[in-house]
Design a protein around this ligand. Structure first.
Ligand code: FES
Length: 75
């Protein structure tokens, strides 16, 4: 089902909030923990957060995508 609804060469988002015209997320900086991983592969079932699904996607496609990690400075 990974590519249902689109051409794998042109569509990035196959499952996240498809009923919306555009997918966007607003998260207050104050609500972020010490470290937060955001999904950039569009395969996460915990969108907008990374759940590790990029590993299977990369294995199946040969791609090399992974998360955006936002973390507080270590002082
Ligand atoms: Fe999408 Fe990790 S699940 S980047």
């Amino acid at each position: 089902d990974k590519y249902v609804g689109g051409n794998k060469d042109t569509i990035m988002n196959f499952r996240v909030e498809k009923q919306k015209e555009k997918v966007y997320d607003v998260i207050d900086v104050e609500d972020l923990g010490e470290k937060t991983n955001f999904c950039r592969c569009w395969r996460s079932k915990k969108w907008p957060f990374c759940d590790g699904s990029h590993n299977a996607f990369n294995k199946a496609t040969g791609d090399n995508v992974a998360s955006l990690i936002i973390e507080k400075k270590k002082s």
